[in-house]
Design a protein around this ligand. Structure first.
Ligand code: UDX
Length: 436
């Protein structure tokens, strides 16, 4: 098989498919990226991926190319994992890269081929791609577009790809694409992984619905968090208590700085935009609220820092975390970096430390001060903000940290610290949605 697009999704899919025993060729237009991958180097941080990349290149099952001709000749099964970022001038998703990949590949194909789309796309895209493929395919060649959404989480991408919790395949009437998918995912199916065959639109909707639901769940608890701030109630206890109801569940009820990353923010916006285009805009207006609640958490954090320091201007603030979540170096729409940036623009002297995301963060916000170590970040701080819950920050020793900072003041932006231990070590603590 080929895997077209070798970003977070595609590179992981390619390496994992090779790990499962398939012959895989990863394809990308970015020569530098392909060169690094071919040399066994993962261009981003993803635990476990470097090992399987190297092993499978070594075994000869995994290769990389920028040459579409080679891709067309290599396989009859193709996976499409290119990006669908938010458009610069609207909420909609930009499907340029998805179409570009199909337009580059299809005219070169001979025989019978299936292209499984994995990218998150607006509903209706697969059908439009099928039309385009029909226009571009050579006489006697058949190209089937099917949709096989990807649910992997960054930081757990290898695990989620090799042992997914479900496999969804959207196909047109009478298509046998799902039979091919059954062969591809034979290992997961042998372990009784649920396998759902749907039409194209349903498969596309499954992905955006899943992400919209997760975003809504986070914003729900963050809305409760806002109310807690006005009443003195404790949002983490509310989450624990409602989470015991297995209809609700405790996962994704982590109140704090809210969601970011390359998926949830853009996906809820693209979902709203697409619903509007389809004439169903009222159905998803609540997602505007989900987005707004999420953004307000960042503003609230900046307000809180101002309250604690009686104005941040001229004060030294240390922000722990730059990645949008732990175990990732991804800073796309990162709440941590947004807070650090806003504080800096308000005149604070901001220091940032993140175990993996410093390089990416420095590209987005070159004006912030990035330190080499956690100790250096804490040194002389007047306020510490825990913005991304890396284990290194969760497990900080409050006594030791207290010896490094100027003032023992901390805001737990992810509600992960042991309040008693930090209080015992003499720290003044604040958090979102809790009165500490
Ligand atoms: C998400 C989906 O989980 C995944 O299925 C999909 O394929 C891509 O989008 P990802 O973007 O890797 O994955 O991150 P996820 O683990 O879902 O976290 C998203 C954001 O929500 C992070 O910023 C995280 O910090 C935040 N979050 C998560 C919370 O604020 N509270 C929670 O309780 C959980």
């Amino acid at each position: 098989m080929t895997v077209i697009g070798t970003g977070y999704l595609g590179a992981t899919h390619a390496a994992c498919m090779a790990e499962l025993g398939h012959e895989v060729l990863g394809v990308d237009v970015d020569e530098a990226k392909i060169e690094r991958l071919a040399a066994g180097e993962v261009p981003f941080y993803e635990p476990g991926l470097p090992e399987i990349l190297e092993q499978n290149i070594g075994s000869g099952r995994l290769g990389f190319t920028t040459d579409y001709q080679q891709a067309a000749e290599f396989a009859n099964v193709h996976f499409l994992g290119v990006g669908t970022p938010q458009k610069s001038d609207s909420y909609a998703a930009d499907t340029t890269y998805v179409f570009a990949a199909v337009e580059a590949l299809v005219p070169l194909l001979k025989g019978d081929h299936v292209i499984f789309g994995k990218s998150t796309v607006p509903v209706g895209t697969a059908e439009a791609l099928q039309k385009r493929a029909d226009e571009l395919s050579a006489e006697g060649t058949s190209v089937e577009i099917a949709w096989n959404p990807e649910f992997l989480r960054e930081g757990y991408a290898v695990h989620d790809t090799i042992t997914p919790d479900r496999i969804v395949v959207g196909q047109r009437d009478g298509s046998t694409a799902s039979e091919i998918a059954r062969e591809v995912y034979a290992t997961a199916l042998a372990a009784d992984t649920p396998f759902l065959v749907t039409d194209l639109a349903t498969a596309e909707l499954v992905k955006v619905s899943a992400n919209a639901f997760l975003a809504t769940k986070i914003s729900f608890i963050n809305a409760v968090s806002e109310v807690c701030e006005h009443t003195g109630a404790d949002v983490t206890q509310v989450a624990d208590a409602i989470g015991y109801d297995d209809r609700i569940g405790r996962k994704f009820l982590g109140a704090g700085l809210g969601f970011g990353g390359g998926c949830l923010p853009k996906d809820i916006r693209a979902f709203m935009a697409r619903a509007g285009e389809l004439g169903a805009d009222q159905a998803l207006t609540f997602l505007r609220e989900v987005d707004a609640i999420n953004m307000r958490r960042r503003t609230r954090m900046v307000e809180l820092a101002n309250e604690v320091l009686d104005g941040v201007l001229g004060h030294r603030v240390t922000v722990l975390g730059a990645a949008f979540k732990p175990n990732s170096d991804d800073v796309r729409d990162s709440p941590a970096l947004s807070v650090a940036g806003q504080l800096s623009l308000a005149g604070a002297a901001v220091r940032v430390y993140d175990p993996e995301a410093m390089e990416n963060a420095a590209k987005v916000f070159p004006t912030l001060e990035y330190t080499e170590s956690l100790d250096e970040a804490l040194d002389g701080a007047e306020l510490v903000i825990l913005a991304t819950e890396w284990a290194q920050f969760r497990n900080m020793d409050p006594e030791y940290a207290g010896g490094l900072v100027k003032d023992k003041k901390i805001i737990d932006g992810r509600n992960v610290l042991d309040v008693q231990a930090w209080h015992d070590a003499g720290w003044e603590m604040q958090a979102l949605g809790r009165n500490l």
